[in-house]
Design a protein around this ligand. Structure first.
Ligand code: DGL
Length: 283
């Protein structure tokens, strides 16, 4: 077992959060609002983004490397703020490491309960749709409901590039929404953590009658439950802080933080070396 796997969970450690890029910030935002006293360490593996078209093995190896990095810095709980990594790697992470993990599952259950037309649309990546998690929630909670799944190839890259409503993004959205609208869906699930950042553009395209659901608040609530259940809440009343790190361009990530969340913060650079994620040693 690696030393990271033996890392004891500590109340004063940060909550680790990771995604293939900026998408997981939609979950971090909800976590921060729900758990303001907690410290966070957010890792964006933007160098390897998008994950959605990678193999489950590749995603599992990247997720293990990121989890080891987070545990090596004292993470007491890890939120996999990525539907694709949750689909491909969550079970493996839980078997490999001793800390609790909270993952993402497309919000099919609430959508099935809300729809009036009996038709629900789900936007996600190919790997999310291929994963067991997705098929389990559809089988378990969508009986009698027609679920139209649609991938938006190229949309994650547009959001990573900061295009949240330009012509190329709108064209991609029109294409992936078309089968869902043609089927008469009145409820739409955002099954990728990047997509809440284009929710306004999506709402304009689908119209006010279609209800858009994304699970970040529910994930934050689940993380709070796990912290309480495991006795891992950070002691004291001091406001928590967040450290951001990316394997891509720190400047591009910092620009995304400001554009998407109105937040100015330093971003450190991470480098992959033989399957391990390290703090960039160069000045
Ligand atoms: N934001 C991630 C998700 O929720 C991954 C998207 C990607 O890298 O393809 O699936």
């Amino acid at each position: 077992m690696s030393t990271a796997m033996k890392q004891p969970a500590r109340q004063d450690g940060p909550i680790g959060v990771f995604d293939s890029g900026v998408g997981g910030l939609s979950v971090w935002r909800a976590l921060r609002a729900r758990l303001p006293k907690e410290d966070f360490l957010y890792v964006a593996d933007s160098l390897n983004c998008p994950y959605g078209s990678r193999s489950a093995q590749e995603i599992a190896a990247l997720s293990r490397g990121i989890a080891e990095y987070l545990l090596g810095r004292g993470a007491k709980l890890i939120v996999v703020a990525c539907n694709t990594a949750s689909a491909a790697a969550l079970a493996d992470l839980r078997q490999t490491f001793a800390v609790p993990f909270v993952g993402m599952v497309p919000a099919v259950k609430p959508a099935a309960g809300l729809t009036k037309t009996g038709v629900v649309g789900v936007l996600a990546t190919p790997m999310t749709f291929e994963g067991r998690l997705y098929h389990e929630v559809v089988e378990q909670y969508a009986e009698g409901v027609r679920v139209i799944s649609s991938t938006c190839d190229g949309l994650v890259e547009r959001i990573e590039a900061g295009d949240l409503g330009g012509p190329e993004t709108l064209s991609l959205l029109r294409t992936c929404l078309r089968p869902i609208l043609e089927a008469g869906a009145d409820t739409l699930v955002l099954g990728c953590t990047h997509y809440p950042f284009v929710a306004e553009a999506i709402q304009r395209l689908v119209g006010p009658a279609v209800r858009i659901l994304e699970p970040s608040a529910a994930v934050a609530e689940q993380a709070a439950r796990v912290l309480n259940r495991e006795g891992l809440c950070r002691p004291g009343t001091a406001e928590g802080t967040t450290r951001f790190a990316t394997s891509g361009s720190p400047r591009q990530f910092a620009a995304a933080l400001e554009a998407m969340l109105g937040l100015q913060a330093p971003v450190s650079h991470l480098v992959w070396s033989q399957g391990r994620l390290l703090d960039d040693p160069s000045p």
